[in-house]
Design a protein around this ligand. Structure first.
Ligand code: MOS
Length: 739
């Protein structure tokens, strides 16, 4: 049997979070909430210099403090750990490739240089402050500008396969052209929940309560680090206070905590302080992008050149793939994409919400606006003109694309037709209004996933998988899928996730968890129903003697042609079976002959009061094309959250390093500016086109966690230009850049 999930109203229903009561009452346990019997507490000593060597490390005062058990640093235990080269298909990756305490070299400020273990957090912290480290310090480099001045050469990456035609020649010959450099700063992930690890060894088996976006990845990776079979590692993350990409893979503090727990023979608990979340657990690289774009007299794009440079650490080369969108998105015959990285004394960068696309589309969609201004063409008209229904790189049709409808619906709702293109011409009282538009796009991906569904004799249904809920509503979409497939109300569905011992599930990243899970959950339901039917015709069952093929399952009941109908729990009880189970498994393969993405458009109004230099975003209307919406409430919440993060990217966020010391200056959430309630637009409306993409999957739901942040900074920059006549190409758009 195959079930059509979308035949049920539950798919799409704006149900409140099934995990809401647990979160509200504090029953939900996060990683740092795990205080195990006999547990010890770790606290880090972090490098105060950004480049150099440790010359001495004096732990004697710390060791004499009451309650201190041990102090670890370089030369300790790294000979017992192994490197793990990244292999995404096998679920293996560390975010910083250096093992903790591997050498006495300092690569960045805030690097973990020692680790104190004591019988309480307070004692560990106090003792950590007594560890004396001396260094030989060298001049560090913590910005692209400083790196250039210091003569650090960018490392060119291999030529992009996305380039085509002859962009330079086409640019030279075109009627309209625009060239500019766009920059985006270092940004730091600041999820509410800080990174934390609680590790315990039981008979050679490692149990880790970890704040991770991937229990399966984390389990596989830790097993390799410690030379264990994966079955001897368990990673548990029943609840996660978000991550934004910063918790995708394993960081040094996690490895150190597990290693130290083994050394001391007791469970160990460790939290990364907020200040160190600005150093040791990733950030978005700073980027510098040279963008050239040209069009013929009618506005057809003739060339695009996007040469990107991004910061990376001295430990790891990480390309922030800012050139990922321009080559595929608009119809354009000549494209030249190149990426370089420049190494410096910052921690290893990581994926941060819509990695590559967030900075890359800022450049692309700003450049499109600048070209439209140069041509005296409406910026939305320019975008429509260059629409294509094919992936320009793969030369394949999109599995579905409704961006023209997104432009129409967004524009209608926003009132775009009332826009006067003249900068500074639209006013409301003292405020000058600026209206800007930008397209947004992100990948639509799937990964392999399993799921298990069990009908229980007590009348409940359990669905389980080694996935985790990053806060997006994974509990909900799993419960709703089971409910849609079985007709059993959501209240009777138990969702068990966040434990690597369950059947393997996807990372909560790349906006692919929901897209990967749902087909597996649906299949597991189908298989569980099959097993139930097998049981139903056994002796002592109400359907004994009937044939399985004659049974139909609806609303939690089996019925036969003879008119008998029984609930699954009655059937299980009758034959004294505890459960009927099924497993589902999807490989994550895409349908051949198509390419998939998600698309949309942001319309933004800003208000600029030049008298008091007040800039605020007053309206955002976003029309989003991400396929079928599984839950309208959590989906809107995701996109709204990403839009708020996009406002942060456009106007506030910027991790600043002191170029003398190489230390981040604003390493706390008081000084690292993010939007607060007062910065919220008066109107924030997300319109979902809600069209299932059946070429993508049988459910038609694509991911929506990341698309909202893409394009938003450009829409704001374009609106700021429209209000002020000033083009800001360097994020964030702070007031001094407008004065
Ligand atoms: Mo996302 S940056 O893949 O967590």
């Amino acid at each position: 049997m195959t079930i059509d999930l979308n035949a049920s109203d539950i798919m799409g229903a704006a149900l409140p979070r099934v995990d809401g009561p647990d979160k509200l009452t504090g029953r939900a346990k996060y990683s740092a909430d795990n205080h195990l019997p006999g547990m010890l507490y770790g606290y880090g000593v972090y490098s105060t210099i950004a480049k150099g060597k440790i010359t001495s490390l004096d732990t004697s005062a710390a060791r004499q403090m009451p309650g201190v058990v041990d102090v670890f640093h370089h030369n300790h235990f790294t000979d017992k750990l192994y490197h793990v080269p990244a292999n995404m298909a096998k679920g293996l990756k560390v975010d910083e490739s250096r093992l903790p305490f591997e050498d006495d070299t300092i690569y960045y400020a805030g690097q973990l240089v020692a680790y104190v273990v004591a019988n309480s957090f307070a004692k560990a912290r106090e003792a950590a402050l007594k560890v004396k480290v001396t260094y030989s310090e060298a001049q560090s480099v913590t910005s692209i500008k400083q790196a250039r001045t210091a003569g650090v050469s960018p490392i060119e990456q291999k030529p992009s396969e996305k380039s085509r035609g002859d962009a330079e020649a086409a640019y030279t010959q075109s009627a309209y052209k625009h060239e500019a450099v766009y920059t985006t700063p270092f940004e730091t992930h600041n999820p509410m929940e800080m990174h934390a690890t609680a590790a315990q060894w039981e008979d050679g088996k490692l149990v880790v309560y970890e704040a991770t976006q991937g229990v399966t990845f984390s389990r596989n990776t830790l097993a390799r680090v410690f030379g264990l079979v994966p079955e001897n590692v368990v990673v548990r993350t029943p609840f996660l206070g978000s991550g934004f990409g910063g918790k995708l893979f394993t960081w040094p503090h996690c490895i150190a905590t597990a290693a130290i727990s083994r050394e001391v023979g007791k469970p160990v608990h460790f939290m990364v302080p907020r200040a160190q979340m600005f150093t040791t657990t990733g950030h978005r690289s700073a980027t510098e992008q040279t963008f050239k774009i040209s069009a013929d007299a009618e506005g057809n794009l003739t060339s695009m050149t996007q040469h990107t440079l991004n910061s990376t650490s001295e430990i790891d080369i990480r390309v922030e793939t800012a050139g990922r969108t321009a080559p595929i998105f608009y119809k354009c015959p000549n494209v030249d994409i190149a990426n370089s990285v420049i190494q410096m004394n910052t921690g290893s960068p990581a994926a941060m919400r819509a990695p590559g696309a967030a900075p890359g589309i800022f450049a692309l969609e700003s450049a499109m606006d600048e070209l439209a201004v140069a041509m005296n063409m409406d910026p939305l008209t320019l975008r429509r003109k260059n629409f294509t229904d094919r992936n320009q790189v793969e030369d394949l049709p999109w599995s579905d694309i409704n961006i023209l409808e997104a432009y129409d619906k967004g524009a209608a709702k926003f009132g775009w037709d009332k826009r006067n293109p003249e900068p500074g011409s639209m006013r409301d009282g003292k405020d000058i209004l600026g209206w800007g538009v930008a397209a947004c796009a992100w990948d639509a991906m799937k990964s392999s996933s399993k799921a298990r569904v069990s009908f229980l004799a007590n009348g409940k249904v359990r669905v389980s998988c080694a996935v985790q809920d990053i806060g997006t509503g994974t509990y909900n979409v799993m419960a709703q899928t089971v409910s849609a497939a079985t007709g059993i109300p959501v209240e009777k569905v138990e969702v068990k996730i966040g434990d690597s011992d369950l059947v393997a599930g996807p990372l909560s990243g790349g906006s692919w968890a929901t897209a990967s899970l749902l087909p597996a959950v649906k299949q597991a339901c189908e298989n569980a129903i099959s097993e139930l039917k097998t049981y139903a015709v056994m002796d002592k069952s109400p359907f004994a003697g009937e044939s399985e093929e004659d049974l139909t399952f609806r609303n939690g009941q089996l019925s036969s042609q003879s008119g008998t109908a029984r609930s699954f729990s009655d059937i299980l009880k009758a034959i004294k079976a505890g459960s009927a189970e099924g497993e589902g498994s999807t490989g994550g393969a895409m349908k051949e002959g198509y390419s998939s993405r998600v698309f949309g458009a942001h319309f933004v109004e800003i208000r600029w009061d030049p008298e008091i230099a007040d800039l605020r975003v007053s309206r955002v209307v976003s029309a989003i094309d991400v396929g079928k919406i599984v839950n309208h409430k959590t989906a809107a919440n995701q996109v709204e959250g990403a839009i708020v993060m996009g406002i942060g990217m456009a106007m506030f966020e910027h991790t600043e390093y002191d170029e003398r010391t190489g230390r981040p200056i604003n390493n706390n959430i008081a000084e690292y500016l993010m939007p607060v309630h007062g910065d919220m637009p008066d109107e924030l409306e997300v319109i979902f086109l809600d069209k299932p993409d059946y070429n993508f999957s049988e459910v038609g739901a694509k991911g929506l966690g990341e698309i909202g942040i893409t394009g938003l900074a450009a829409a704001i920059a374009n609106a700021v230009y429209h209000a002020t006549g000033k083009r800001v190409r360097d994020l964030p758009i702070t007031l001094e850049k407008l004065m």
